[in-house]
Design a protein around this ligand. Structure first.
Ligand code: GDP
Ligand code: MG
Length: 693
């Protein structure tokens, strides 16, 4: 049937522009051998469905196929115009591709297509078809020649190699190239069918796996969705419709192919006319090969069906039959390729120039120790300047959004936290068990001396136990400070040495050792400070005496209220400038009550001075240590580490680090690929410019 001509397989099909113009989208340069005469089935010659060896489209398609082959989508993220075949399981996807290609694909019930099958159809004038598969499996690229009889088996074999012997799927594609007289010049991707319920042997998440693969292919704006729908079902219930509607809301890039029209001709015309599911590119109704029919017979049967069937013959001829489908696809493909091509060229050029810029930004390979030393000193100088800004001056222009690097603010927070920990420690609580500890200490510090003197030993015992009690807090504070500073210093140094792996390792080691030393030094200093506080009770701060006098002024009132009333129950006393306290019966009755009050008020007043002194001196200590770190010690230890005892790291800078080498390699590879792509496109660029497609 198809072609309606008696052209021999070797003959170039006739160009017939008139027939083209009867189609919805006229492309004057396309030649069509359309189905004209369904009864003309005496010809068993290879009859072209669409002859599209068009001078302008062919090179474009070839260029896109070449780019696809170069894998620019996966490697460079540049999407290519692609016709993607989707449909529910057994809707007839593979059958449609078979009809277009005139070859047998694995077909049938259950899941046959388990990997994306990229089918490249090429018209060629030689009588003998040429078929081969290309895919990568087990780490190697394979090219397997086959023929029409064995292609289905070859596909099944390759599928097993890619996706394994079970029923699982893979998104690693398989390319089938068909060069054959009369096939339309089309590249399409057949995808696994959507299935809700896993059958025996299929992975539990088969639905998710399939949907993910399909989404990956239909999401790009560059994809045309060929939605295969069986006439036997309600289109609105098709999973594939739901999926394509998700990525193509307007339906502008979706074309529907309705299969199995022979099985369910009733109401088809109405279903297609109603277009309930919003298909922008229209419908084409087809009848595929049934059973072991030949392709020629199938086309004849199809043409007959659409011309004679009482219901099907009423459907407009411009939307029925495989030849019409082929024609439409060729047109759509030509349109999308020529529309997208300028953008692809731009993307390739942009990527190329940004990769070249990145490559130029990479560190130059160094050739002498002198060069390496200069580079190293430069790195050290810039690291020092950054640290000076962060730690000393509080300038964060290099790390505006990274709060962890805003050192002065973070250090201030740590100091505030330290002060509040001191103030909320049990040692700073002067109210619980009021005077009980003081009485205990006084009783043990009794001696043969006049009773109205408060023994200094009692005061120091009390002070010392309090200082011991809080000693963990300042030690914890300096540890926290140095841990934090180590992080900051290592972050800055690592970033500055990014391109020099050896340098990175050595400076990290040097910084780590230096920080450990500085931390120890600070801890020793803190311990010394605490010892001083334990040993001596002194301050020249006049606040001490002022406050002490105030509290002593309240002494007689306190003693009066503490001694008054029933002596066996606790009593609450209010002491101006101090607070309200609960005095237990044992305390009230103690002979040392007066001295205990003196001791408590002295220690409470003095404790404030001690805590302030601790916070102040920690603050000054941290500031001095950090300044020394940035201005003196860092440079010294890093230089020592790199050039001194262990040495060798500067010489090693001459060797390129593995990460830099890998980055350089990747950029070079990418540049090569993009240049190659650019060359591929350059050959067709002038055609695009002059094309009116
Ligand atoms: P896929 O899973 O979507 O690839 O579906 P297949 O192409 O494997 O087809 C599923 C079944 O439907 C096969 O048995 C085909 O022979 C059958 N089939 C496909 N198209 C038609 C058609 O137009 N008419 C009839 N009667 N059967 C068809
Ligand atoms: Mg299939």
């Amino acid at each position: 049937m198809a072609g309606g001509s008696k052209s021999s397989s070797t003959q170039k099909p006739p160009r017939n522009s008139k027939e083209v113009e009867t189609l919805a989208v006229p492309i004057s340069t396309l030649s069509v051998a359309a189905v004209q005469n369904a009864d003309d089935n005496d010809s068993k010659n290879l009859v072209p469905i669409v002859s599209s060896y068009n001078d302008r489209i062919r090179p474009l398609l070839d260029a896109v196929d070449k780019l696809r082959h170069l894998n620019v989508a996966a490697k460079e993220g540049i999407q290519l115009p692609t016709i993607v075949v989707v449909g529910d399981q057994s809707s007839g996807k593979s059958s449609v591709l078979e009809s277009l290609a005139g070859i047998s694909l694995p077909r049938g019930q259950g899941i046959c297509t388990r990997v994306p099958l990229i089918m490249r159809l090429h018209h060629h004038s030689a009588p003998a078809p040429e078929l081969y598969l290309e895919y990568s499996a087990n780490g190697s690229l394979k090219k397997v020649s086959t023929d029409e009889t064995h292609v289905a088996a070859a596909i099944n074999f390759a599928t097993e190699e890619i996706a394994g012997g079970g029923k699982g799927i893979s998104n690693n594609p398989l390319t089938l190239v068909v060069r054959k007289n009369g096939v339309p010049d089309l590249t399409m991707v057949d995808l696994p069918g959507i299935t809700r319920v896993p059958v025996h042997g299929q992975p539990e998440d088969i639905y998710e796996q399939v949907t993910e693969t399909i989404m990956e292919y239909i999401k790009p704006e560059e994809s045309i969705i060929l939605n295969v729908l069986s006439a036997t079902v309600d289109f609105s219930t098709c999973e594939s419709i739901r999926m394509s509607q998700r990525v193509d809301k307007t339906g502008d890039r979706t074309l529907a192919v309705v299969t199995k029209v022979d099985k369910s001709p009733e109401g088809l015309l109405e279903k297609v006319a109603a277009d309930d599911v919003g298909i922008g590119l229209g419908y084409v109704c087809v009848r595929n090969r049934i059973g072991e029919e030949s392709y020629q017979d199938a086309r004849v049967a199809e043409a007959q069906l659409f011309s004679t069937h009482p219901l099907l013959s009423r459907i407009d001829k411009s939307i029925v039959g495989v030849p019409v489908l082929a024609q439409k696809l060729v047109q759509i493909q030509a349109a999308i390729i020529s529309r997208r091509m300028p953008e692809i060229v731009k993307k390739i050029n942009d990527k190329l120039s940004s990769n070249i810029a990145d490559l130029n930004k990479m560190p130059k390979k160094m050739n002498s120790v002198g060069e390496a030393v200069t580079t190293f000193m430069g790195i050290l100088g810039s690291a020092k300047e950054s640290l000076r800004k962060l730690i000393v001056r509080g300038e964060f222009d290099e790390y505006p959004d990274d709060n962890q690097m805003h050192c002065t603010a973070r250090l201030f927070e740590m100091l505030e936290k330290f002060a509040s920990q001191l103030n909320s420690a049990p040692e700073s609580d002067h109210f619980s068990n009021f005077l009980a500890d003081e009485i205990r200490i006084l009783e043990e510090n009794k001696g043969i001396w006049l009773p109205d003197f408060l023994p200094q030993s009692a005061f120091l015992t009390r002070l010392s136990s309090k200082v011991k009690g809080i000693s963990g807090i300042p030690v914890g504070f300096v540890e926290e400070v140095w841990n934090y500073i180590e992080n900051v210093v290592v972050t800055v140094m690592t970033q500055r040495c990014e391109d020099h792996h050896q340098l990175q390792l050595s400076t990290r080691r040097a910084c780590h050792n230096l920080m450990a030393r500085l931390r120890d030094r600070s801890i020793n200093w803190v311990i010394e400070i605490l010892q001083m506080e334990e040993l001596t009770d002194y301050t020249c701060n006049p606040d001490y005496m002022t406050e002490w006098h105030k509290l002593m002024g309240a002494r007689s009132d306190f003693l009066k209220s503490a001694r008054d009333g029933h002596q066996n129950s606790p009593v609450s006393c209010s002491i101006p400038e101090f607070g309200t306290v609960l005095v237990e019966a044992g305390v009230r009755n103690s002979a040392c009550l007066e001295q205990a009050y003196d001791l408590k008020m002295r220690i409470a007043t003095y404790w404030k001075i001690v805590l302030r002194r601790l916070v102040d001196s920690m603050a000054l200590h941290v500031q001095l240590s950090l300044r020394n770190l940035v201005e003196k010690e860092l440079e010294k230890v890093v230089v020592e580490e790199l050039m001194g005892r262990h040495g060798g790291a500067v010489e090693k800078m001459l060797e390129e680090s593995p990460s830099v080498a890998a980055k350089r390699e990747k950029l070079n590879g990418s540049i090569r690929l993009l240049r190659e792509s650019k060359d591929v496109l350059a050959t067709v660029m002038d055609r695009i410019a002059s094309s009116s497609l």
